[in-house]
Design a protein around this ligand. Structure first.
Ligand SMILES: [Zn+2]
Length: 385
């Protein structure tokens, strides 16, 4: 009896197993068939293809998907070596204040301050790998001052004190509309206020576009901070006395973007994009102007001699040093906002600037120009002593 009962239960459970398996297989097939119906077939022009194949060489330009990230590649281009000449202050926006429940967080709680810091650390690594001098306003999760206005001023002060060639404040954006997501790069004030800031901003924007591959790119992503705060701008940029740029790389308020921003590889892609932007910026050279030292008949009471350097010729034979690469029509000379009389020797790249009769003690001689890359003088305000 016991035996027969066992056999019976055995047969029963085997039959049950078989029927369950059949049901599962049928259900699976049904789901597969339904999915095939629901999911539109990938159009042939969206089919991912091997980027190194001969097929890629002949593929229709519409074949490739912009939003599909290519394989990660963080190669350092040879032109990045010119970053050796630069001192850059990286400012990962915000920090600390993690106890505030909804302070600068994405829909599932990702803190902007953390993302800013991760990107800055990656960027610092790239920059230091090519010999750039990097100063960070913070290296961990903290604020610089309890009071937010003082915190922002402190960041700019660090850049001013270092006489940085660039102050880069790294941020991620937020909007009430969760679908919004694009890159913005801000400079301070009117476009003429600091042409050198614009030179860096432009390259950083291109770097972000290429690295993040966001679906949407707005009509004008290079913006004055006056667009946000008319006639005031962002305090962190307003207080900077050096070229200064603020990136809002993407919107952490967008749910899909928030998830991407959680990914360390995506953070590194962003940093690499910024790095390539800075490398191109450095490749364009850092032009500057110098007042020649007194004596040797170059300076008298009425005038000063100013030498212009294109930021390229000193690189040697490969820079064709014979001819100053200066866009003479871009030359702007001012003393305390006024246009002084001056003469220019274009071959020697020298100016003789006539000084006004009464000069305030702290008067600054402003000399700006672009070299043939369009790169402007980083530190155009010269002390007159
Ligand atoms: Zn921010």
């Amino acid at each position: 009896m016991a035996d027969a009962g066992l056999r019976f239960r055995d047969r029963l459970s085997r039959r049950l197993l078989v029927s369950h398996a059949l049901v599962a297989i049928l259900a699976g097939m049904l789901v597969w068939l339904l999915m095939r119906e629901i999911r539109p077939a990938i159009p042939t022009n969206q089919r991912p293809i091997d980027a190194n194949s001969a097929e890629a060489a002949n593929a229709d330009p519409g074949t490739f998907s912009w939003t599909q990230q290519p394989a990660a590649d963080f190669a350092i281009p040879p032109y990045a070596r010119h970053l050796r000449e630069a001192r850059i202050v990286l400012d990962p926006g915000h920090g600390g204040r993690a106890h505030l429940p909804n302070y600068k967080r994405g829909p599932t709680g990702l803190r902007e301050a953390e993302v800013n810091l991760r990107v800055a650390h990656h960027l610092r690594e790239f920059l230091e790998a090519v010999g750039a001098e990097v100063i960070m306003t913070r290296t961990d999760d903290r604020f610089l001052h309890e009071k937010i206005t003082s915190d922002l001023e402190e960041r700019a002060r660090i850049a001013n004190e270092a006489a940085a060639d660039l102050f880069l404040s790294i941020h991620h954006n937020a909007a009430e509309n969760p679908s919004v997501n694009y890159s913005l790069v801000f400079y301070h004030g009117l476009p003429d206020a600091s042409p050198a800031s614009l030179c860096a901003a432009r390259q950083l924007l291109i770097g972000l576009n290429d690295a993040l591959r966001l679906e949407r790119q707005v009509e004008c992503a290079l913006r004055s901070d006056y667009v946000i705060y008319p006639n005031e701008g962002f305090r962190v940029l307003r207080k900077a006395r050096v070229p200064a740029v603020l990136t809002e790389s993407s919107f952490h308020s967008n749910p899909a973007e928030e998830q991407r921003l959680r990914n360390a590889l995506y953070n590194r892609r962003e940093a690499y994009g910024l790095f390539l932007g800075l490398a191109r910026w450095a490749q364009s050279g850092f032009p500057y102007a110098r007042i020649e030292p007194a004596g040797n008949n170059v300076r008298d009471d009425e005038s000063v001699i100013v030498r212009l350097y294109d930021g390229l010729s000193h690189r040697g034979a490969g820079a064709a040093p014979g001819m100053p690469k200066i866009m003479w029509d871009s030359l702007v000379v001012r003393i305390d906002g006024m246009a002084p009389v001056f003469t220019a020797d274009r071959t020697a790249a020298r100016l003789r600037v006539m000084l006004p009769d009464s000069l305030p003690r702290d008067a600054r001689l402003y000399v700006d120009f672009a070299n043939h890359y369009g790169q402007h003088v980083l530190h155009p305000a010269l002390r007159l002593e």
